[in-house]
Ligand binder design. Structure first.
Ligand SMILES: Cc1cc2nc3c(=O)[nH]c(=O)nc-3n(C[C@H](O)[C@H](O)[C@H](O)COP(=O)(O)OP(=O)(O)OC[C@H]3O[C@@H](n4cnc5c(N)ncnc54)[C@H](O)[C@@H]3O)c2cc1C
Length: 359
């Protein structure tokens, strides 16, 4: 019997496990594939909502707290596991944003560092991009991380610190009354004092017979180019598309937003759209073909606000899911809040906006 049983081994489940393990609790993570393979693996790793001025205070609150801990988290994981999650203070350049005045107002109000770069400044600093004919917003404090390395490091860290991984599908919760008595696997039942659902886009399937939770899968496709020489690693956002240069010069390009249910296949059309976008923006890519193409299912929720709460009327069931496009950046603060809730600690974040019953 574990103190906590977590279902789902994406970034949310793994960081929730880390918070609980660090409190001295015994923790098991049930994952139907290998941990860290689904949306979390597919993510770009931008450590900010793409346009925070379009998001609610609830999303920005957990994003900004997480942003302050990511560098330390990355260093801790590297030191303990030898796997470098590649946290990088790359900055984010926002091009052709007709809403730049909104963005500027938001940056000022939130004390988010920014610069409005003139056309001349752009052509001096970003001469590896196509010519940009209007001023653009630079957010120098936006960092990035490499999701598959972050996940590998987290998993190694958790194994080292005694968290149990059970690589099987959770079939359903054993619920004779308002208490969860276990998680039914193919043939075994895993028992815990408390149960936390972190199953991303699949979360509603585990609550199906009990509670309705509004989380839907939204497919995102990405491509990646082989390494090129770069004067800087600044990320670039242009409309709905973005470029993330990795430390090793690889160029990640995202992303699509598609409502295709649980179909996570890639399509030639998305490949072409993303490639054409990147090659137009980065002339150095024009004679290079992408060498990777993948897709993941984001767990979307109303207003992109995740559910981080207890599930009433159950006495020992909680939820940390529905992080939609921001689950990498929101994960650390959401895990902290989840742990505060289930360990009955003082909340460091107001939990009200993340309730299941919010209006
Ligand atoms: C293309 C793309 C780009 C993105 N870019 C960014 C970005 O730059 N920055 C950012 O912050 N966010 C980004 N996101 C969003 C982010 O990836 C997600 O919000 C986040 O990964 C959600 O994490 P999760 O742990 O909830 O879900 P997942 O990573 O999907 O993990 C859920 C896990 O639960 C497991 N599971 C489900 N059902 C069961 C079951 N019955 N039994 C056992 N296990 C089960 C699944 O196998 C899975 O491993 C992006 C997403 C995509 C798809």
């Amino acid at each position: 019997m574990f103190d906590f049983v977590i279902i789902g081994g994406g970034i949310i489940g793994l960081l929730t496990a880390k918070e609980l393990q660090e409190s001295g609790a015994s923790v098991a993570v049930i994952e139907k594939n290998s941990p860290g393979q689904q949306a979390s693996w597919a993510a770009g790793g931008i450590l900010s909502p793409m346009r925070p001025w379009h998001y609610s205070d609830a999303v920005n609150a957990i994003s900004s707290i997480s942003q302050t801990v990511y560098q330390e988290l990355s260093n801790e994981l590297f030191n303990e596991t030898g796997i470098d999650p590649e946290w990088l203070l790359a900055g984010m350049l926002v091009l052709h944003d007709e809403e730049t005045p909104d963005a500027l107002t938001w940056c000022k109000q939130q004390n988010d560092s920014y610069e409005l770069l003139s056309v001349e400044q752009l052509s001096n600093t970003f001469n590896h991009l196509k010519p940009i004919n209007e001023a653009a917003l630079l957010r120098p404090a936006v960092a990035t991380i490499r999701p598959h390395k972050l996940l590998a490091a987290l998993r190694a860290f958790l194994v080292k610190h005694g968290v149990t991984f059970i690589e099987q599908e959770a079939k359903h919760l054993v619920t004779p009354n308002q208490q969860i008595n276990g998680v039914q696997l193919e043939s075994d039942i895993v028992k815990g004092g408390e149960y936390i659902l972190c199953a991303g886009a699949w979360t509603p399937q585990l609550l199906r017979e009990n509670i309705t939770v509004d989380i839907q899968p939204v497919k995102g496709q990405m491509i990646c180019f082989p390494p090129i020489e770069l004067p800087n690693h600044c990320m670039v956002m242009d409309g709905n598309r973005y470029i993330i240069p990795r430390k090793d010069g690889r160029i990640v390009v995202g992303s699509t937003r598609e409502n295709t249910g649980f179909d996570a296949s890639t399509t030639p059309q998305a490949f072409k759209e993303l490639r054409d976008f990147a090659q137009a923006l980065y002339p150095a890519l024009q004679n290079i073909e992408p060498d990777a193409h993948w897709a993941g299912l984001r767990p979307s929720s109303p207003n992109s606000i995740p559910y981080i709460c207890r599930v009433v009327p159950f006495t020992n069931l909680s939820l940390n899911a529905g992080h939609y496009r921001n689950g990498i950046v929101t994960a650390p603060a959401s895990a902290q809040l989840m742990a505060d809730i289930v360990l009955n600690r003082t909340y460091r974040i107001n939990p009200t906006p993340y309730q299941l019953t919010r209006s």
